[in-house]
Design a protein around this ligand. Structure first.
Ligand SMILES: [Zn+2]
Length: 79
């Protein structure tokens, strides 16, 4: 009996960009995205302003973007 796939809940996250199952963090440098491509797409949305409030960017926003970029490029800083 090796039917443990139904016995335990799925621990995989879903890629915020394409919705694909995200590989485990230990083996996925692009975590929490499914691939580095999706990570860059998401980052591009941030930089494109899609996720940013509709006001001019100020110094504080630059700091926030720096933080987001560093988190996105180095998943190890998440913990
Ligand atoms: Zn994806």
């Amino acid at each position: 009996m090796s039917d443990d796939a139904t016995a335990r809940p799925a621990k995989h996250a879903r890629c915020a960009t394409c919705g694909a199952v995200v590989p485990a963090k230990a083996e996925n440098p692009a975590f929490p995205f499914c691939s580095s491509r999706c990570k860059m797409v998401d980052l591009g949305r941030w930089l494109d302003g899609s996720y940013v409030a509709s006001r001019p960017l100020g110094p504080d926003d630059a700091d926030e973007l720096d933080r987001i970029v560093s988190l996105s490029t180095d998943p190890d800083t998440l913990h």
